[in-house]
Design a protein around this ligand. Structure first.
Ligand code: MRU
Length: 353
């Protein structure tokens, strides 16, 4: 069965599946420019580290396609940098947009220095590179799925079928398609190795119960929803073989920021002797920061905790703490970091040459 497609892009026309309306309704909304993308990302109509960067890049591509080429390549560079800098401010923790912006600005600078390229050609080259992010991410995810599934199958070779626990949403809704951690789970299912996947509810925003559960039901992957507070009991009772999660930003030493609640799962995995994997493309690895302490953690509105939809579920007046992410120390990532280039122990990560 085809996986869900949450980002549609054709000839400068960009549409995204509005994830705020899931699971009740599948509604696509148009994104015409970077302002639309910034707002959709900030409001979490699209979320998930790779998807945020892709929608940002495609929104700029869509905008540039409609624009007459500026007078000079320097002007083009300035415009592109300004728009990308703005997109980077939409959400702070995931690094993917920042890395995509740096690569695009580098390309602009190279094109500017190349006297044989005129401004219209430079604009086309920038648009092409921004548009390539969609197919590139899809290819990365398929490779992550393959590397992850084969590494996990090797580790669990004595078992016929295995049980996996995952957190948040890392699937087609969070990427160009297929997914990272959920991609590995898809690949395990395709290989008939998956007995059951347990997906956490992922409070407070419920990416697990709203989005991951939606994808798993859509694809008929055997799955069970558990509340976050049931993770320890589930590990023990169901003899979970591995936890696989995604990443918003991996630091150079392998410390990994991901959805709040990931850290506690890693601690629990250690004490239950369960393998813990992070699945993420190199576009989520920030080699410029030494460790997780430097990762900015987004603080989310308190209403996500105090209300379910418009219904108040917490006592009025209570103080709240609502970080969107936490950092899992590298030493707890016992299985490894599954990337499109293979599976690495956290201390084996190295920048691509
Ligand atoms: O706040 P969200 O929903 O954007 O958080 C998403 C996550 O934490 C994902 O695990 C991460 O971005 C990886 S998505 C492939």
């Amino acid at each position: 069965m085809a996986t869900l497609q949450a980002i549609k892009y054709n000839d400068g026309q960009l549409e995204i599946l509005d994830q705020l309306l899931l699971p009740e309704s599948c509604t696509f909304i148009p994104i015409f420019n970077v302002e639309d993308a910034w707002a959709a990302i900030r409001e979490m109509k699209v979320r998930g580290a790779p998807a945020i960067a892709i929608v940002g890049c495609l929104s700029l591509a869509a905008e540039l396609r409609k624009l007459a080429a500026p007078d000079t390549k320097e002007e083009l560079c300035r415009l592109v940098k300004e728009k990308l800098d703005y997109l980077v401010t939409s959400r702070p923790t995931a690094v993917n947009t920042q890395l995509a912006a740096e690569a695009c600005v580098k390309l602009c600078t190279q094109l500017t220095a190349n006297a044989s390229v005129d401004v219209a050609e430079a604009k086309d080259a920038v648009v092409k590179s921004l548009e390539a992010t969609l197919a590139d991410d899809m290819a990365d995810n398929l490779a992550i799925g393959e590397h992850g599934a084969s590494a996990i199958m090797k580790k669990t070779a004595t078992k016929d079928k295995i049980r996996i626990l995952t957190h948040c949403n890392t699937g087609s809704l969070a990427t160009a398609g297929y997914g990272t951690a959920l991609g590995v789970i898809r690949s395990l299912h395709k290989a008939s190795k998956l007995d059951q996947v347990y997906c956490t509810e992922t409070r407070p925003y419920n990416q697990g119960s709203r989005l991951t559960a939606f994808e798993l039901v859509y694809e008929k992957i055997p799955a069970t929803l558990v509340c976050d507070s049931m993770a320890a009991a589930a590990m023990k009772q169901f003899k979970i073989d591995a936890v696989i999660v995604g990443a918003d930003r991996v630091a150079a030493n392998g410390d990994t920021a991901n959805k709040i609640g990931t850290y506690q799962l890693a601690v629990l995995a250690k004490s239950h002797d369960v393998l813990f994997y992070v699945a993420a493309p190199f576009s989520s690895i920030d080699f410029q920061i030494p460790n997780g302490q430097s990762i900015p953690i987004e603080e989310r509105p308190h209403s996500e905790m105090t209300h379910t939809g418009s219904i108040r579920t917490a006592a009025a007046g209570i103080n709240c703490w609502n970080p969107g992410f936490d950092v899992t120390p590298a030493e707890l990532i016992t299985g490894g970091i599954i990337t499109e280039k293979g599976v690495f122990k956290p201390d084996q990560l190295a920048p691509p040459q």
